[in-house]
Design a protein around this ligand. Sequence first.
Ligand code: NAD
Length: 474
Amino acid sequence: MADHYDVIVIGGGPAGYHAAIRAAQLGLKTACVDASVGKDGKAALGGTCLNVGCIPSKALLDSSRQFHNLLHSFADHGIRVASPAIDVKAMVGRKDKIVKQFTAGVALLFKANKIASYFGKGRLLAGRQVEITAPDGTRQTIAAANVILATGSVPVELPFAKFDGKFIVDNAGALDFDAVPKRLGVIGAGVIGLELGSVWRRLGAEVTILEALPDFLATADRDVARLAAREFAKQGLDIRLGAKVSKAEVKGNTVEVSYGDAKGEQKIVVDRLLVAVGRRAYSEGLLGENTGVRLDERGRIAVDEHCWTGVEGVWAIGDCVRGAMLAHKGFEEGIAVAELIAGRAGHVNYDTIPWVIYTEPEIAWAGKTEEELKAAGVPYKTGSFPFAAIGRAVAMNETAGQVKIIAHAETDRILGVHMVGPGVSELIAEAVVAMEFHGAAEDLARIVHAHPTLSEAVHEAALAVDKRAIHKAN
Ligand code: NAD
């Protein structure tokens, strides 16, 4: 007889491991099935986020930022260093160590929570059975009262620029270059293109980013996009908009990329090409016969607002379902579903999910943009405040950017907060708390913010909504 659980989670990425841990905390007998293999060839829990996404990219962003500061801003502080050099192998090695620490950490958390961990590819069969195929091909079947599908997403591949793992790479490949490419081409000026483009630019690569859309950061607030574009241009990131790539061909040790824009047909020659044009839900081989689970029009597992697939006891969460492909969205869906299974009130507020792009300056937002409010006919007012007038930012030598708060014109309720600047990945949390509690701009304006801190930009922007910022003319 097959091993039987209260909950089986298929996928041990951010969404899946949160679901498994919360289910176990709630006293449910839980198993997690995951097929990921680390660089050492062993099982590596944590999915894209820990293995080739959030954490390793932040490790490289931090290394490259330090190197860039050493070259470009240490002298402003009166610090002189003779001939700094970057050791890419050491930098990537440090990143790999951090990845190992965190993937092993999830395995330890599973042990501590008595979660049964199965290494292999899971397939949902009818009747909430899960068939597991181990890397050596052996198969076993387990069963549960509830199955949570959390299989994540994979990079979109362009038919005319197929990944070869060396010259034309996805995000994982661009985390593992063995040297700084002299010329790096990037297709897609989205989150990955900007973050990984920044890493290699700071280390000296000439980076050209080809973006199909005519607008930069089309989903962000226009002020944010404008400010960020200006800073990226200063850093030498060559972002070309309205660029439709038609071909990428490896020739010798280079890649020739052909694209069309308003000026006609163009070509660039680069040493490495990163394709970062989005990700798609991953569900290959996941669904057996007659499970009743459906895919939506974009190949994602169809679910309702509670992540329920419509099949008794079968749920789906994270990147493989509708909504933002963000680790923290997956975390919260995992927790919510575990709580619903345990008979509690699990819930995710999709309206206040923060977005963060870890460039320099950082970009972060939550809630609606001005454009969205305009389109919806919602009356609003705005207040903004530049980091250039914040003492702490000036002391840090990081003055680019601003905080902008959008509030309802009549009720003053905060509808959106949009930031570009130093440390805004952390500052956005205050905005999210305020919005979660249905706060007004005046609430933020009345809160005491420590001086001197970057958070004063949030305070001043809230004051500016009512045209009473202290350190700028209103
Ligand atoms: P993205 O959707 O952020 O950006 C893709 C970009 O590529 C878009 O601007 C799109 O217009 C452009 N594009 C699409 N097809 C193109 C083409 N043929 N030629 C030129 N440009 C084209 O996707 P991404 O950067 O690949 O990231 C994938 C997912 O991973 C996203 O959903 C993102 O949210 C997530 N992610 C998040 C973070 C973070 O939160 N900091 C970091 C990395 C990835």
